[in-house]
Every structure is written in structure tokens, then in C-alpha cells.
Write a protein that binds this ligand. Structure first.
Ligand SMILES: Cc1ncc(COP(=O)(O)O)c(C=O)c1O
Length: 386
């Protein structure tokens, strides 16, 4: 794959290595949004079919991205917290059972479990990373596997850790959960779209993704897969369009107790958003035409030489096997001061994030090898004399 910066409107002179914070919008996605605004300006052009057709296209795009056959298992949600709360509220925990999460996980995938555990007299078990940089990713994964036992009802985790990109071996976690009859709930917000995710291999019970990061969509729309465990569940809200036959606008007050099939009961109210849905569709079309595998390959190629240089200078970056190429932490050598690094990044117009003691770097196809060369140069401007 070649550099795709011309498909975006990133300003010249800015090095944006911060897709994990939020992606920039493709020009084509911006256009879809503007077209959506114009459409609402002339509402006589919006038919009752339009409340459904685009949503169905969006479900299909997301299902295709994650290798899921049945698009009716995809719900349109406004945020990761909405999808994860839906999952948590529909899982019965028995007295003494536990929900396993990784340490310092993003709060949207922690608070719903703390509440649910408190309601059910269950508990949330937090698995910490080992206090070492040697085989850190592998050992953290081993710890998670070792913590799964007969008391485990749920593992709620990401494919990669949002702060430092540590990759969790979801296939191994799934296998272990099968042995104890546990559920696997994935927050795919920091991975799906940029890292291949295969439903057939990972078989999660739910997969929840906010749309504005690696799905490259706008803010306030996301997508979720809910599996058979959730088929008879209760949605967070009772909205009219999720009821069976809601397509018939003349019969809406013949109140209907049944829901639309699959996971459509979990769609957020007003999910037929005429601005956000077309934007999200366009973004997914582009991602699927690039493919997440090619995005990984591209990010690996442009970051590789710079990371080798940084490693040689004492920075620590997780082994490739245990991280994403689209998201990773760069831990500073002891003598560096994080404040100096932050100032250097601002001075050099480099956008990255800071999570704990690491600099979080998250490239995409709009980045280049030169962006990484600029990153290395910026680090060097604050190198303390030895
Ligand atoms: C792992 C992860 N999940 C979810 C979110 C966003 O959550 P929400 O959509 O609930 O705001 C973020 C944002 O940084 C994240 O890093």
C-alpha cells in the first residue's frame, strides 16, 4: 500500500501520530456528512424507507469487516459505553462469580462491570501486567489465562490495551473460557478497523466498537455485535423503531411487544441518523478496500526503522508479537523527562498521546516513514547528556 494522505485534509507541517485519540476524517467521509446535512435541509426527500435502508447497509459493512455472516447481529450504538453497558446489564452473575478485566483498562469497559458485579454480589478481578519489560506482553497474557477459573463468568477486555498497545491473545482466552463456560466481551474500539478481527476464530459473545478511532467514522456512532447469549435480553431503552414491523409507520400505535430480529433491539434510538450513518458507511467501505491486514503491514513498514533506532538508544517498545503496529507505547529511558518530551512534541508539531510513563504512538495510512523520522529527531532534541 502507498501513503494515503491525499485522501485526508490533514494540515501541512503537522505530524499526526494519534489515531488512537481520534482518526481524522477522510475527505469522502466529510462529503457524506455534508450531503447528509443537506438532505435534512430538504426533508421532503427523506422517505420512511430511508429510516432503515442505510442502517442495513452499515450493518453489512461492519459484518463484512469482522467476518460475521449475519448482519442482523450488528447493532448501531452511540458509544462504546452504551454497548458495554448493554452487555453487562444482560449478563446474570451469580454470588461469588467474577468478571476479569486488564489493569488500567479504558473506563467504558470497567464501570459497567463494577455496577453489575455490585448488583449481583459478584466481583471484578483486575489482572495487572508484570513489573518487567522482559516478555511483558506474553507474561501479562499468561496471567490473564491463569486467572480464568470456574468462578469466571466474563472476561471483558480489548484486543489491544488502549494505553500501550499490548495485544491480548483473544483466541487463547476464548479457548480457556470455553472450558469454564465463560463469556468473552471485547471492546474493539482501539483495534477493529486497523487490526484484523475474525469473528469465526475469536467467537466473542459481544464485540463493541466506538466508531471515531480505527473505524474512521464521526463521533457519537459505533457498532456492536451481540451473539446468541443476548437474544432475549433487555435493551437499555425502549424505542419504537426496534419493535417488530416498525417499518409500517401507519401502525406504530398498534403497540408491539416483540422486537426486530437478531440484535436490532439494542440499536440506539434514532439510529437512522441521516448524517452519521452515511459517514460511517463510507469510512467502512474505504477500510475494507484497504483491509486491516494491509493497514498493519503499512504501519509496520513505516515505523520499523525508527523503532529500531529508538531501541538502540534505550527506549523500550513491546515485542512485535505482543502489540499492534497501529498502536504502541514508547517507554522513555530513565534519564529522560516526560515534560521535556511533551514540549519537544509540541514544538515540532507532532501529535501523540501520553499514557502513564509511555508515549503512545498510533499511526495510520496517512503517515509516512518521514513522520517517524521527525519523531526520532524530536526525541533526540531532549536527549540528556550522559
Ligand atoms: C479502549 C477504548 N474504549 C472505548 C473508548 C471510548 O469510549 P466511549 O465511546 O464510551 O466514549 C476509548 C476512548 O479512548 C477507548 O480507548
Amino acid at each position: 500500500m502507498r501513503n494515503q494522505r491525499n485522501k485526508f485534509t490533514l494540515a501541512k507541517g503537522i505530524t499526526y501520530l494519534n489515531g488512537a485519540y481520534m482518526s481524522p476524517l477522510l475527505k469522502s467521509v466529510q462529503k457524506a456528512g455534508i450531503d447528509g446535512i443537506r438532505k435534512k435541509g430538504k426533508p421532503f426527500g427523506i422517505s420512511s424507507d430511508d429510516f432503515f435502508t442505510e442502517g442495513e447497509l452499515l450493518r453489512k459493512q461492519f459484518a463484512g469487516l469482522i467476518n460475521q455472516d449475519d448482519a442482523k447481529r450488528v447493532a448501531i450504538i452511540p458509544s462504546a459505553s452504551y454497548g458495554l453497558s448493554t452487555a453487562a446489564r444482560n449478563i446474570m452473575l451469580e454470588d461469588g462469580q467474577k468478571v476479569i478485566v486488564a489493569a488500567e483498562q479504558f473506563p467504558s469497559n470497567v464501570y459497567p462491570w463494577l455496577r453489575r458485579a455490585a448488583e449481583c454480589n459478584a466481583r471484578v478481578e483486575i489482572v495487572k501486567p508484570p513489573d518487567t519489560t522482559i516478555l511483558r506482553g506474553q507474561k501479562w497474557n499468561d496471567e490473564i489465562l491463569a486467572s480464568i477459573d470456574r468462578k469466571t463468568r466474563v472476561v471483558a477486555i480489548g484486543h489491544v490495551h488502549w494505553a500501550d498497545g499490548t495485544r491480548f491473545d483473544l483466541e487463547a482466552i476464548r479457548k480457556r473460557l470455553d472450558e469454564v463456560n465463560g463469556l468473552l466481551i471485547i471492546d474493539g474500539t482501539q483495534s477493529v478497523g486497523a487490526l484484523p478481527f475474525d469473528m469465526q476464530k475469536i467467537r466473542p459473545d459481544a464485540l463493541i466498537c466506538a466508531g471515531y478511532k480505527w473505524l474512521m467514522g464521526p463521533y457519537s456512532i459505533g457498532l456492536a455485535y451481540f451473539g446468541p447469549h443476548f437474544d432475549d435480553g433487555v435493551p437499555l431503552e425502549e424505542n419504537w423503531i426496534n419493535r417488530l414491523n416498525s417499518e409500517d409507520f401507519t401502525a406504530l400505535v398498534k403497540y408491539e411487544m416483540n422486537y426486530q430480529p437478531g440484535s436490532l433491539r439494542y440499536d440506539v434510538g434514532e439510529h437512522s441518523n441521516f448524517i452519521l450513518v452515511p459517514m460511517m458507511i463510507r469510512a467502512l467501505e474505504q477500510i475494507r478496500s484497504w483491509t486491516p491486514a494491509a493497514i498493519q503491514g503499512y504501519c509496520k513498514r513505516i515505523s520499523g526503522p525508527a523503532l529500531d533506532l529508538l531501541r538502540a538508544e534505550g527506549f523500550w517498545i513491546e515485542d512485535e508479537k505482543w502489540r499492534g503496529h497501529h498502536l504502541f507505547g514508547i517507554r522513555l529511558p530513565e534519564e529522560y523527562r516526560l515534560d521535556d518530551v511533551k514540549k519537544a512534541m509540541i514544538k515540532n508539531k507532532i501529535s501523540v498521546s501520553y499514557r502513564g510513563s509511555s508515549v503512545r504512538v498510533s499511526p495510520h495510512v496517512y503517515n509516512s516513514e518521514e513522520d517517524f523520522a521527525r519523531l526520532v529527531k524530536a526525541f533526540r532534541t531532549v536527549r540528556p547528556s550522559r
